[in-house]
Ligand binder design. Structure first.
Ligand SMILES: [Zn+2]
Length: 223
């Protein structure tokens, strides 16, 4: 790929990306901050993951320009991601999204605590994002510790109470437990928040669950 072509592609992606998140059309008024539907927002995430897997990410050249010009005073993310805190799960990079595109909440085991739910409700009610993706990952240390009932120091065991209900039927299988936890936490978001349940019903907000494979870099929708 020669540099000039790459530059043009980056510019086109930048314009398309900005239009997709409503920044280009920000002057038009109205409450909708993105023209994407819930399904469209989820597809945008998955397309970004395809670019990441293919090694053709385009978001890095966009970052400084977007930061300087568009996002100092406001944010207009099109999707939220609830991810594990694991350092091998770089959310923006693996979805090839730059500054201002994703509203990211992270906690070990990608669990839905009251604070996480409040943050996601803020994203839906105030920022008008269109999709929420709960994302677990392979080789998750938090899930493994919970499955094996490991004794842990300090406050770490606080995580267990949020993990146990989802993984109790996984029969000690860590891979199965990671998926079961995603399914459980996704359901919690759909059903435990009146704000989000209403947005699903009235506005077509999409709440989905995914698994990130550390080896391949690919995200698979599982809930
Ligand atoms: Zn993890």
């Amino acid at each position: 790929m020669d540099g000039a072509w790459n530059g043009e592609w980056t510019r086109r992606r930048f314009v398309a990306g900005m239009a997709a998140v409503g920044v280009v059309a920000a002057g038009r008024g109205g409450s909708a901050q993105t023209a994407l539907t819930g399904d469209g927002a989820l597809q945008e995430l998955m397309k970004g993951n395809e670019r990441y897997v293919a090694g053709t990410i385009t978001s890095f050249p966009e970052d400084l320009k977007i930061l300087k010009e568009k996002t100092v005073l406001k944010q207009e993310p099109f999707a939220a991601v609830l991810s594990c805190a694991d350092s091998r799960v770089p959310v923006e990079i693996l979805f090839d999204q730059s500054i201002g595109h994703l509203f990211v909440t992270r906690v070990a085991g990608n669990i839905v605590t009251p604070e996480i739910l409040a943050s996601l409700e803020y994203g839906v009610a105030v920022l008008s994002l269109k999709a929420i993706l709960v994302m677990g990952h392979t080789n998750c240390g938090a899930i493994e510790a919970a499955v094996k009932g490991k004794e842990v120091p300090g406050q770490i065991s606080v995580l267990y109470q949020h993990l146990m209900p989802g993984i109790r039927d996984s029969h000690g299988d860590v891979v199965e437990a990671v998926k079961a936890n995603v399914v459980f936490q996704t359901r919690l978001i759909r059903e435990a928040s009146t704000v989000i349940a209403k947005a699903i019903k009235d506005d077509g907000i999409k709440v989905a669950g995914g698994m990130y494979d550390l080896g391949t870099g690919r995200v698979r929708i599982v809930a």
